[in-house]
Design a binder for this molecule. Structure first.
Ligand code: FES
Length: 148
């Protein structure tokens, strides 16, 4: 029987060194978590630009999870410090554009935290499900070459 429960599409941008390995550990440990996420491995959360996040929403994502090494553990030293600043800026942009900023979440998950990875995915999927489908991106006014 088919249910009418909204199943959000969530993009997960996971740092290669910590959170991707944490996701891998969750998998090999056979931990259960929702299949709503689609993972893209990045070398560091510091490589995630506002453009990547906005592009995900433009292409129909209902939520974006960015997860990387704990503060002090970034393999590129300052990558995750930049991520904090950048994603807080993007949350402001999302709010300005009429999106709930809670559609974007930043988490620190180490390679040893498979259980935490599964919990974060469960929790984030639940909260995005409560928010409902993301509004269409084209509802946001776009700037053109000739002006706004
Ligand atoms: S290498 Fe993991 S957040 Fe920078």
């Amino acid at each position: 029987m088919k249910t009418n429960v909204f199943e959000p599409k969530i993009l997960a941008l996971l740092c290669n060194w910590c959170s991707y390995a944490g996701a891998d550990l969750a998998g090999v440990s056979r931990l259960q978590y929702p299949s709503n996420i689609r993972v893209i491995r990045v070398m560091c959360t510091g490589t995630v630009s506002p453009h990547h996040v906005l592009h995900a929403f433009n292409k129909g994502a209902d939520g974006v999870l960015v997860a990387g090494c704990h503060i002090g553990d970034c393999h590129y030293l300052k990558g995750n410090y930049m991520t904090i600043k950048r994603l807080s800026f993007v949350q402001g942009l999302l709010k300005f554009a009429g999106y709930d900023p809670d559609r974007l979440r930043l988490e620190w998950i180490s390679a040893a935290e498979g259980i935490k990875f599964a919990e974060v995915v469960r929790d984030f999927t639940g909260s995005v499900r409560k928010l409902g489908p993301a509004p269409p991106f084209d509802a946001v006014p776009q700037r053109t070459a000739t002006g706004p």
